[in-house]
Design a protein around this ligand. Structure first.
Ligand code: SF4
Length: 243
């Protein structure tokens, strides 16, 4: 199946729902700095908590200059809902400080410059390009990496390799869509544990499903159905008072 077709099938399966925290922040604040900070806050944190902490923080400090001058204790309190909030408070103040002193308060629009900021790696930098500036890039997080390999779209062992392979496979015009769609699909359907294959539109082409994983699930379900029928024949299931 054509990669663009795969993307379309995922979107159809999501039924228009499943917007990521970063897309929501971009829509509400329309600010690359907010996207950058939200991405740092989102590490190992649920979407709702990321959005809440970002809104708390930007309700109080609106610009890199303001955040650079903020006290660590106050920032920690505002983002308390996210994982590792004390470390993240320290990190985002340092990022704000660097953007203020080195870039005159404007977030750089360039991958290398972004990656030079403290606590900013390749995935975060790519997220800023896509969600903050609308530039073509493919941020690869754990969902994008896992699903791409499960489907057999790539055979890679690191997110960096996955990013390069996906850039070869998807037309540039679709790059800004890949992260949001894969991440939502990874949360709703192709979950890390217990992927919901029975409702997935990609079973026919999915390498993971067709490598025996899906068959095992089908056989298990068939076995359970047969057990249930047998139990029903021999006196019913879940009879009240049964010992
Ligand atoms: S078939 Fe299952 S493992 Fe494959 S992409 Fe769909 S949900 Fe994921």
């Amino acid at each position: 199946m054509d990669p663009v077709e795969i993307l379309r099938s995922m979107k159809d399966a999501l039924g228009g729902g499943g917007e990521t925290a970063l897309a929501a922040v971009e829509e509400r604040l329309r600010d690359p700095f907010a996207v950058l900070i939200a991405t740092v806050l989102s590490h190992r944190t649920r979407d709702e908590r990321t959005s809440e902490a970002t809104m708390n923080l930007f309700g109080r400090f609106r610009t890199p200059q303001e955040l650079a001058a903020a006290g660590e204790a106050e920032v920690s309190e505002l983002i308390r809902g996210v994982g590792f909030y004390k470390n993240k408070a320290r990190a985002i103040i340092r990022i704000a400080n660097e953007i203020t002193t080195k870039y005159g308060g404007r977030v750089p629009r360039d991958l290398e410059a972004l990656m030079e900021l403290p606590s900013v790696g390749r995935k975060t930098a790519n997220c800023v390009l896509v969600y903050g500036f609308g530039l073509e890039a493919i941020p690869v997080d754990t969902h994008v990496h896992r699903i791409s390999n499960r489907l057999g779209l790539v055979e890679t062992s690191t997110p960096e390799e996955t990013e390069l392979r996906l850039m070869e496979k998807f037309p540039k015009a679709t790059w800004t869509d890949v992260n949001d769609t894969f991440v939502s699909f990874g949360k709703e359907i192709c979950r890390p544990v217990g992927p919901r294959c029975p409702i997935c539109p990609l079973t026919e082409i999915c390498k993971h499903y067709n490598s025996g994983f899906g068959q095992t699930r089908k056989m298990k379900r068939k076995g359970m159905d047969m057990d249930r029928k047998e139990r029903a024949k021999s006196g019913g299931e879940g009879k009240s008072g049964e010992l």
